[in-house]
Design a protein around this ligand. Structure first.
Ligand code: NDP
Ligand code: OXD
Length: 313
């Protein structure tokens, strides 16, 4: 059993299974009892209450339960300790599946076929091949690069957009604000896998969607957002759909979650909604590497998958 205790601080999420698995090698405490515990050295968090970590005098590391860490930076009293995010094959695989599923559904005209089936219509529209379609991955990081590989294997053309220059075999890469318009103009199906930061908040708006390539084999542009809800302006997406800037959208994330029952996205015939389920954090796969990092840290080794506080991801 390692020495440093672990505080689990979560909202909107039941940490029972995380507690069980972490307890196999660490003493685990919960709020409110653990909130001021001087023997707590690690915090495992998901949307923790602002200020909840500020009373831990010996906190050494914050572990995010997810790959995204915007929920951590929402805390104005965040202690100045390293933050470790999730990078795990299991989560990457889930996200790759989601992206491939949604790209193929738009490419193979799933929405049109479902509408036809409801009308009992037997009609085969023209089907462009994958290599006629350019998928643009906005947020070309761990998840974006893995999805790109799978899409390339299916024959799609792939573009990637990141903050700094990146290269990947077979992918046409763009970066920075200066590269954004060229990236969008070369993209038929936009896949957002960006983190939510001050620089990316609200980036998916009407103007951005208008820059996608609509003159393509599918007869229009498409949006898939599995990054974060606050990257997008939902009202702009609805307007872009209604004005024909984009043909269809698959949305896994929303400005407000759960998506309010009153949202027009639920009933929009061109929108496919999933409840922030693209890539779930499975504690069976994510707790062992967390525990291994705690042990490695106590042996004086360097931490992996650290968040860059200045960049916000
Ligand atoms: P990474 O940090 O590995 O990748 C982020 C990518 O976004 C990088 O390529 C980065 O550029 C790029 N980026 C960041 N800021 C900007 C910017 N201002 N302009 C252009 N590019 C930018 O993260 P992951 O791939 O692991 O995860 C991405 C996001 O996916 C998470 O932050 C989370 O929000 C979301 N997510 C959603 C899930 C779901 O179930 N819906 C599940 C898991 C994650 P650079 O390469 O230069 O650093
Ligand atoms: C994550 C998420 O960031 O589940 O991992 O959204």
């Amino acid at each position: 059993m390692g020495n440093g205790r672990v505080l689990i601080s979560c909202q909107e999420f039941n940490p029972r299974r995380w507690h069980q698995l972490l307890s196999r090698s660490r003493t685990v405490v919960l709020e409110p009892d653990g909130a001021r515990d001087p023997s707590v050295e690690y915090a495992v968090v998901w949307k923790h209450r602002p200020g909840a970590l500020s009373k831990l005098p010996n906190l050494k590391i914050i572990f995010s339960v997810g790959a995204g860490v915007d929920h951590i930076f929402a805390d104005p009293d965040l202690p100045d300790v390293p933050i470790v995010r999730v990078v795990a094959d299991n989560l990457t695989q889930y996200m790759t599946e989601y992206v491939v599923w949604r790209v193929l559904d738009h490419h193979r005209q799933g929405m049109a076929y479902r509408a036809q089936q409801a009308r009992r219509t037997w009609h085969e529209p023209p089907q462009p091949p994958a290599d006629a379609i350019h998928v643009g991955i906005m947020g070309f990081g761990t998840l974006g690069r893995a999805a790109a590989k799978a899409l390339l294997a299916l024959g799609f053309k792939v573009n990637g957009w990141s903050r700094s220059p990146r290269s990947a075999e077979g992918v046409n890469t763009f970066h920075g604000a200066d590269g954004l318009d060229a990236f969008l103009g070369a993209t038929d199906i936009l896949v957002s896998l960006l983190p939510l930061t001050p620089a990316t908040r609200g980036i998916i708006d009407y103007a951005l969607l208008g820059k996608l390539n609509r003159d393509n084999a599918l007869g229009g542009a498409f949006l898939i957002n599995a990054g974060r809800g606050r990257l997008q302006k939902s009202a702009d997406i609805v307007r872009a759909l209604d004005d024909g800037l984009i043909k269809e959208a698959s949305l896994d994330v929303f400005e407000t979650e759960p998506l309010p029952k009153t949202s027009p996205l639920w009933a929009h015939p061109k929108v496919f909604v999933t409840p922030h389920a693209a890539a779930t954090s499975d504690p069976v796969h994510l707790v062992p590497p967390m525990l291994a990092q705690m042990d490695a840290f106590e042996r004086g080794e360097t931490l992996r998958n650290l968040v860059d506080r200045e960049a916000g991801y």
